[in-house]
Design a protein around this ligand. Structure first.
Ligand code: BTN
Length: 266
């Protein structure tokens, strides 16, 4: 907790000039930082806020999975920001690009937005949006949830939180300390937050087109054989300007847009 608190002031100072009204909160424990900011949004709170938790008791991942993290050994935060891009496609990929760029040259992206280190999962991103109820001024708030392993988590703890109908054992996870020895959660937060805010603002004005090239440089799947959740196999051929994954299959080039489709190397 003291490590996170030690960095909050400088995180706030680096962001507030570009984001008036921005606040930062650090909590020792909460069910899920995403759930909390979504509850606040539904209650009408639409101000930009960064919520960091030392511990989550019900962390949520994509595709209905849980997200396991250990106090002091991982970074878990959510950033809520009012956003009005002309096109929302590719937002979660843009977040991945931003984090990978801030973290380390070896961090790669597995479509749509897993952070990978040496082909093992380093972190995950959960993007959700909420509207305020008023139709006249219908404003949309994006909640960007980020979990990054600092120390390398034990595979058993991660497996325990995998979806109950999972047929494939989760890969052994990675930790940032493998390439950035001694970096703390607080230092990691300071490293990623200012650029994340700037990149979300760039996404709002330019869309995913501004991130396509940087995604390609970090794309861990390009050229790999992949299998989709429906069993279809093919070769990953990068992403298009909307952030959809292109997969060359026996039936031709498929454009995978649904975030509900899982893709794994095979
Ligand atoms: C995934 O890879 O499945 C996404 C994981 C996202 C985890 C983060 S941790 C902070 C925020 N709060 C949550 O409950 N989830 C996200």
């Amino acid at each position: 907790m003291s490590d996170l608190l030690a960095h909050v002031e400088s995180v706030w100072q680096s962001v507030v000039p570009e984001l008036p009204g921005f606040t930062v909160e650090v909590l020792p424990s909460i069910d899920s930082t995403n759930s909390e900011l979504m509850r606040r949004a539904r209650a009408g709170l639409m101000e930009p806020v960064l919520l960091v938790a030392e511990e989550q008791t019900a962390g949520r991942g994509r595709l209905g999975k849980g997200w396991h993290s250990r106090a002091g050994q991982s970074l878990t935060f959510s950033l809520a920001l009012p956003l009005a891009p002309a096109d929302w496609s590719g937002l979660s990929l843009a977040v991945g690009v931003s984090l990978a760029n801030s973290l380390h040259p070896d961090v790669m992206l597995k479509w749509p937005n897993d952070l990978w280190l040496q082909r093992r999962k380093l972190g995950g991103i959960l993007v959700e949006t909420a509207h305020n109820g008023d139709n006249a001024t219908r404003q949309r708030l994006v909640v960007v949830g980020v979990g990054i392993n600092i120390a390398r988590p034990e595979a058993a703890a991660v497996a325990a939180l995998a979806s109950p109908d999972a047929t494939v054992a989760p890969m052994a996870p990675a930790g940032l300390a493998e390439v950035l020895v001694g970096l703390t959660a607080g230092e990691t937060l300071k490293r990623v937050t200012p650029a994340l805010v700037r990149d979300l603002q760039a996404f709002e004005s330019q869309g995913f087109a501004a991130f396509v090239q940087r995604f390609a440089q970090r794309d861990a799947l390009t050229g790999q054989s992949v299998q989709l959740s429906d069993g279809t196999q093919g070769k990953a051929c990068g992403v298009n300007e909307q952030g959809a994954l292109l997969v060359l299959t026996a039936a031709g080039m498929q454009t995978i847009t649904s975030s509900e489709v899982s893709v794994r190397p095979c």
